[in-house]
Design a protein around this ligand. Structure first.
Ligand code: NDP
Ligand code: MG
Length: 383
């Protein structure tokens, strides 16, 4: 098997660092790396993996990074321009988009127009601009390999079966640290409580999304776009152990699931090596370690983010983009202590209900809706 060259946007994050572990385990080439502001780790990664290009998004750190890397033959870039230069560079065989948030949309679209396949972790890209991304990817014949564990599971359960014989998908959810609590009990939870996820160690933004269950709402929308489903073909089931990563039910009543230990290296590797299944640097699953696997209904009345996200994708157009933009600002405000936990859901819902929704015909429509949502939440918080 020929060794692939990969480029990673968000290489210093939770998905980014695990992607490098997988790449190293398989002797893959690292063509380019990018981060937001962590130049210390980015420099270490450049010294270890010797990419041809590196980008730091924050322009204030650019000169410093250039100076730190002056002894190496690496081109140093910055800002959105730098991210897009990497995203559109077809010297790589695959782009891993592992940045967090809407900022990943333009690089994703750039990779698609260059014809570069994408391993997509950046789910916000599909939530905000799913119709654009999927349409353009189909037009260009670009493959989008899911990195999100649930979507990787579904993708795996679709292999060797007929897509038109799919009945529905079962999207599993860990339920996060607060599943089973009442709204009264959620009112005063702290940032530290919310960051304490029972099964997964992830970046801060997605960990908060997992606690509010917005993550599952975003994943519902992500699944709709990746697998061309209608909302009524997606069932969410709470499965506290995160062993069954999701399942597909076919017309004949057979349900095919994908299982494994909760370790993102498995879905990352499947996206990078598809369709190969090579040894992965993680633990093997031992079902008897678990004794019991549980499955429960979600509680959208308590975890209103779930309800808001599903209402948004059912409404269509820019509604999911508005919910995503509002949620990004609200989560950042919660993390910096400006609002309470339940305000995240309340603000996302109010943004979706208050802001006018339009169809999405181009990138600018997405940006306009995202900007309105962010302004709405910022102004609601400052009142
Ligand atoms: P982290 O916060 O751990 O990492 C985010 C990465 O993106 C960092 O490398 C960060 O750089 C970089 N980044 C952020 N903004 C920019 C920017 N403007 N330009 C360039 N780089 C940027 O997040 P995660 O790895 O947890 O999540 C990444 C994506 O993957 C999210 O969309 C998340 O929803 C999704 N995902 C994550 C999972 C997980 O297990 N972590 C599971 C499934 C999906 P810096 O370090 O400099 O800040
Ligand atoms: Mg997931």
């Amino acid at each position: 098997m020929e060794k692939k060259q990969i480029s990673i946007l968000g290489s210093t994050g939770s998905i980014g660092t695990q992607t490098l572990e997988v790449a190293q385990a398989h002797g893959m080439g690292v063509y380019a790396l990018a981060a937001h502001h962590n130049i210390r780790l980015l420099e270490q990664q450049v010294r270890q993996f010797r990419p041809k290009k590196v980008c730091i998004y924050e322009e204030g750190q650019y000169a410093k990074l250039q100076e730190q890397l002056a002894d190496l033959p690496v081109q140093v870039l910055c800002g959105m321009e730098g991210l897009c230069e990497i995203a559109g560079d077809t010297h790589a065989d695959i782009l891993v988009n592992a940045v967090v948030g809407m900022v990943g949309l333009l690089p994703t679209l750039t990779a698609i127009s260059a014809g570069l396949d994408i391993a997509l972790a950046n789910k916000e890209t599909l939530v905000a601009g799913g119709s654009l991304v999927m349409e353009q990817a189909a037009k260009k014949g670009v493959a989008i390999y899911p990195v999100d564990s649930e979507h990787s599971a579904i993708f795996q359960c679709l292999q060797g079966n007929r897509r038109e014989q799919l009945h529905k998908i079962i999207l599993t959810a860990s339920g996060g640290p607060f599943f089973g609590r009442t709204r009264e009990e959620l009112a005063n939870v702290t940032v530290a409580d919310a960051l304490n996820h029972p099964n997964w160690s992830m970046g801060n933004k997605i960990t908060i999304d997992s606690a509010t269950l917005m993550n599952k709402g975003l994943e519902f929308i992500e699944a709709k776009w990746l697998f061309d489903l209608t909302p009524d073909q997606i069932e969410i089931v709470v499965h506290r152990q995160s062993v069954v990563h999701s399942a597909v039910e076919y017309q004949d009543c057979s349900v095919i699931a994908q299982l494994g230990v909760p370790d993102m290296k498995i879905p990352i590797q499947y996206a990078l090596l598809y369709p190969e299944r090579m040894p992965c640097p993680t633990k093997r699953l031992s079902l008897t370690d678990y004794n019991t696997l549980t499955f429960e209904k979600p509680d959208p009345e308590t975890f209103t983010c779930l309800k808001t996200a599903i209402a948004a994708i059912t409404a269509g157009g820019t509604a999911p983009c508005i919910v995503n933009g509002a949620n990004e600002v609200a989560v950042a405000a919660f993390l910096s202590g400006k609002i309470g936990f339940l305000d995240i859901g309340a603000l996302s819902q109010r943004a979706m209900e208050s802001i006018e929704k339009t169809e999405i015909t181009c990138y600018e429509d997405v940006i306009a809706a995202d900007t309105k949502a962010r302004e709405f939440v910022r102004s609601a918080i400052s009142k």
